[in-house]
Design a protein around this ligand. Structure first.
Ligand code: SF4
Length: 296
């Protein structure tokens, strides 16, 4: 990635804002291990910071290294994941820990190709680990960063569904040459998008970019009309799967989920489909016998 030839004043403003306003999060502590950063990035993929932080703290005190997690029983790992959602991430994290032990002596590698070869690590997470754990210059483009750049530089109300090559190149050109500033820009633009430049109600009055923001200068067009990409939740398979996982996390013996009173409102067809998918994902184990019972 070629270094930015000159730091953009908007990038400087975000870095200065982040130095003042950054939330004090444990995975931002300079003493946090690369493993701790990796765990935080996996947890934060689909879950907000306030829900992740207590789980991360408990997780790291219980399994402070990849060796510890690799040796833990999967049922304990799924229980500790609790209500973070998308529990396949917990299973993949345990698999990732096992590969770290096997290939890297339990350490997290810093090279992009080695990170991408780990289970559950995609381009975003690999770059985030490089930036936040190792201070490498990297393009860390989550939806918050895309929204800030899209608005402040290109007067675009919301990011498109898919990242384009032009967008990636523009984002890469903004990353400062110094690794320290690059890390502050990456974390700061993400924080600004999470706290101030939010999707539907940006708080432009509190934003360090207000005077320079292209979207504000254009009269803040297009946000009301932009389609909402909200996912229905109640009654979905994802919700039913979540309820089943919660029942199993709290149970101290295998559960007959097919006739469980807490799932009475779920149609048998949906119940069977959700159970089959949990078993197929390796999150739930079916015990033989009649009735069939299930456990983590
Ligand atoms: S001024 Fe408003 S729209 Fe522009 S970057 Fe800041 S919060 Fe986002």
């Amino acid at each position: 990635m070629p270094p930015a030839s000159r730091i953009d004043s908007r990038v400087e403003d975000v870095i200065a804002w982040f130095a003042r306003e950054a939330r004090d999060l444990p995975w931002r502590d300079p003493g946090c291990s690369a493993w701790g950063v990796l765990v935080s990035e996996i947890m934060l993929q689909q879950t907000p910071v306030n829900r992740v932080e207590p789980v991360w703290r408990e997780w790291m005190s219980r399994w402070p290294t990849a060796h510890d997690l690799a040796a833990a029983p999967q049922a304990d790992v799924l229980r500790a994941w609790g209500r973070l959602g998308y529990p396949r991430r917990a299973k993949r994290l345990k698999e990732c820990a096992a590969v770290l032990v096997e290939r890297h002596g339990g350490d997290v590698p810093r090279e992009l190709d080695e990170l991408l070869a780990l289970p559950g690590i995609g381009e975003y997470t690999a770059n985030a680990v490089r930036a936040f754990a190792f201070g490498e210059r990297a393009v860390v483009l989550d939806t918050n960063v895309r929204r800030v750049i899209g608005r402040a530089w290109r007067a675009q109300p919301l990011p498109t569904a898919h990242l384009t090559r032009a967008e990636r190149e523009h984002a890469a050109a903004l990353v400062p040459a110094s690794a320290l500033e690059a890390a502050a820009w990456n974390a700061g633009s993400m924080e600004l998008g999470a706290l101030v430049c939010t999707a539907r109600r940006p708080r432009c009055d509190e934003c360090p970019l207000q005077a320079e923001c292209a979207w504000v200068a254009a009269g803040a067009p297009g946000l009301e009309e932009a389609p909402r990409r909200t996912q229905a939740w109640h009654g979905t398979d994802r919700q039913v799967r979540g309820r089943m996982m919660a029942l199993l996390r709290e149970a101290d013996a295998p559960v007959d989920l097919a006739s469980c009173p807490q799932l009475e409102d779920v149609e048998p067809e949906q119940r069977d489909r959700c159970l089959a998918s949990l078993v197929a994902d390796g999150l739930v184990e079916a015990r033989g016998g009649e009735p069939v019972t299930y456990t983590l």
